[in-house]
Unconditional design. Sequence first.
Length: 134
Amino acid sequence: MGIPVELLSLADVIARYRFAYLMTTNANGAPHAVAVSAALQGGALVVIGIGRHTRENALERPAVALVWPPQTESDYSLIVDGQAVVIGGLLRITPVRAVLHRSAPSREPTSSGACESDCVELDPGIQPDRPMTR
């Protein structure tokens, strides 16, 4: 089970991770993943030193995602969806959605279509004492 974290606390959450994978897509819709270091600056995530493919992909398709992998099997991954802007050799990503995610313990499949994961949305409107539902 997770504890909801406000999007305003994203810098504190990111500090628990070593690196992220930046996900972009090429013209054919194929994913392109690169390991990056992203820093929160003025409400945006900044990635310095992007490569040619990442740059081209972000210029044409600015919807990107950053995935910080968990440190251990029981930890959460941090996933941030955002809109990217290329500025010279860096990428400035405005977060639009963030979630802490991990697989739920094995159990029988449900027909309800409910999320079979232990997810926690990172949203500015979340009240810390209210459980998240998906």
